[in-house]
Each structure stands twice: as C-alpha cells, then as structure tokens.
Design a protein around this ligand. Structure first.
Ligand SMILES: O=C1C[C@@](O)(C(=O)O)C[C@@H](O)[C@@H]1O
Length: 232
C-alpha cells in the first residue's frame, strides 16, 4: 500500500461490506479483533480493495486478547490482498519484552510479504500536550512506514494542536496519519489530510463506527475531495 498520498479506508469488522465501499474507499481496514472468525473471513475474501489489517489489543481500546494476537496478524499478512498491517507503538517499544520481540518479528514478516507497516498510538482520554504529540509522531513514524496518532479532543485547542503536529511532522519528512476522536475532533478527519495526514478511517454505515466521531465513508470521501479541490 502506497502512502505517498491520502488513503481513505473503509473500516469494518465484516469484509462483506467491501463492495459497498468500492465507490469511495481506496482500501478496507479489516478490524480483525471485532470479527467472529477473522482468518476464515480473510481466506474467503475476494474483493477488489486492498486490505489494511488491524487486530487491536484490549490495552489499546480493541477487543483482541494478547494470546495469539500478533500470530494472527502474521498469518494475515501472508494473504495477497493484505497490503498493510497496523502494529501499536506500545507493542514495539513497550516494557513487555516478549511482545516487543514478537511485534518486531511481525513487522519483518509483513515487509517480507510486501505489506506496509502502520505504527499506531491511541489516546482515548485526552489530547496530550503539543511537545508530546510531536514526539509520539516522531517515534511512530520511525518505527513504521506510517506513524498514526489518534487522540481524543475536547476543544478547538486540542484539534489545533493535533493539526500543528501533523503539519510539523509532514514538513520534517515523516509519513503520518492523524485524527481526533470524539465529537469536537470530528472535523479533523476531513481537514487533517490538508496538513499531511495520509490515512482516513470511516465506516460504510455510521452504525458500524469503529471509533467515536467518525463520519460515514461517503461523507468523508466527499469532504476530503471538496476540500482538496482548489476551485471548490
Ligand atoms: O486506529 C484507528 C483509527 C480509528 O481509531 C479512528 O479514530 O478512526 C479507527 C480504528 O478502526 C483504526 O484502527
């Protein structure tokens, strides 16, 4: 998967949503942790859009227990349709040594199979101060092909801080993706690409949102396109 330009992903636990995503999305984020039998669903996948696979840890806001979590992703990246994998920064650099070793092995395995590595950070409570945002993006971008940072905004100061950090990271040559979760952060999902963010996430159906404050896919596709069109 190529992150030289913005990639809009349809985020879903159900790969049968892919045909409905084709009109607007560049890729599908398959939330394996939210699916019933994710490896069977991958085996059966015959859609057109490439997949970014995520198996989000419980300790990072997801549903996947640690046992077998990274091994499932290792199997997933062997599928031809899988062109990118999400690995949490805390898995790679956290204090759990075995997790760090397994996460680094997953990154290697992904690259051997031509899958890009999205290294992610989530804060479901707050937007950290500006200097911390900058550091998190530096660290995440260094560890993967894209450094992704999703924070929770409560006001405009938070969203501005995130957009500034996005702009600075991009100006420094880092490849990053950012979004502010929650209602006050919603507009960042449309605007962050203008500051350099390279991935957007949106559910096909708003009822299936995978994070607070997401636009539905058609709406986000429309907003991003309009904002990026000079004569709009
Ligand atoms: O990390 C992200 C970003 C996200 O949390 C969002 O805020 O859109 C949605 C998740 O599905 C994805 O894995």
């Amino acid at each position: 998967m190529d992150f030289d330009r913005f990639v809009l992903t349809a985020s879903t636990a159900d790969l049968s949503a892919e045909p409905a995503a084709r009109d607007h999305a560049d890729a599908v984020e398959f939330r394996m942790d939210l699916a019933d039998d994710p490896l069977a669903a991958l085996d059966a996948y015959d859609g057109e859009l490439p997949l970014l696979v995520t198996n989000r840890a419980v300790w990072e806001g997801g549903d996947a227990p640690e046992e077998g979590r990274l091994a499932t992703l290792e199997t997933a990246v062997e599928h031809d349709a899988v062109e990118a994998v999400d690995v949490e920064l805390r898995a790679l650099t956290g204090t759990a040594e075995t997790t760090a070793r397994d996460a680094a092995a997953l990154r290697e395995h992904a690259r051997d199979h031509d899958a890009a590595v999205v290294v992610s950070v989530h804060d479901f409570e707050r937007t950290p101060p500006a200097s911390e945002l900058r550091e998190l993006l530096v660290d995440a971008a260094r560890e993967g092909d894209v450094g992704k940072l999703a924070v929770t905004a409560t006001d405009r100061a938070d969203t501005l801080a995130l957009l500034s950090a996005t702009y600075e990271a991009t100006a420094a040559g880092e490849t990053v993706a950012t979004m502010a979760m929650g209602e006050p952060g919603r507009h960042t999902r449309a605007v962050a690409p203008l500051y350099g963010s390279r991935i957007g996430y949106a559910p096909v159906d708003p009822a299936d949102a995978t994070a607070p404050g997401q636009y539905d896919l058609a709406t986000l596709a429309h907003l991003v396109e309009r904002l990026d069109t000079p004569e709009a």
